[in-house]
Design a protein around this ligand. Sequence first.
Ligand code: HEM
Length: 180
Amino acid sequence: MKGVIFTELFNVVEQSQGANFLDDLIDACDLPSCGAYTSVGTYDFAEMQTLVAELSKRTHIPAAALLEHFGQHLFKRFHALYPNLFAGHDCPLRFLMEVEVVIHKEVLKLYPEAELPSFTTLDHTPNSLTLLYESRRGLAPLALGLIRGCLLHFDTLGTVNMEADPAGFNKAVFTIQLNS
Ligand code: HEM
């Protein structure tokens, strides 16, 4: 997993819980990288799983809720870090449809070793979009937060529903309905 995801997780933990909490979290996780991430580096995804599990234990917040919150924060950071990818966009549904075919393709040009999920558009109307998320990393709750962050970014009101596969978060159908 790319370092930028780890460094952004650390930023959100530090902002909400403080620097000492973050240091204790990193120590408790006993990570092979020692938690010394650079945004362009690539690290074992297992370290993200360890960090989120430990964070969940320490905050008593379920891992899925933590990932969703993080996803919402991450969307704002993607806007700050990669403004070019937002150029010309004013519709959250169009933006979300382009994650698979344009945005993550650009991400792969920047970071050829990135491990990205797949998003398949199952249905779309001017006010709604149904997306199928699939990934070996099982981060559907992170996608939920990113989608919610996308609606907020474009100042659009609407609902986002996630129907995860009974087997887990490797597969989920998202239905985004904008208020008309
Ligand atoms: C400009 C916007 C975006 C950028 C720059 C971006 C970039 C990235 C990057 C760098 C990663 C990490 C890949 C790795 O660690 O190897 C990632 C992962 C991911 N992205 Fe995006 N992304 C964007 C928008 C979105 C949106 C809107 C969604 C949701 C619909 C999304 C869903 C995900 C998910 C769920 C992952 C975690 C990996 C997985 O589930 O397999 N991304 N993205």
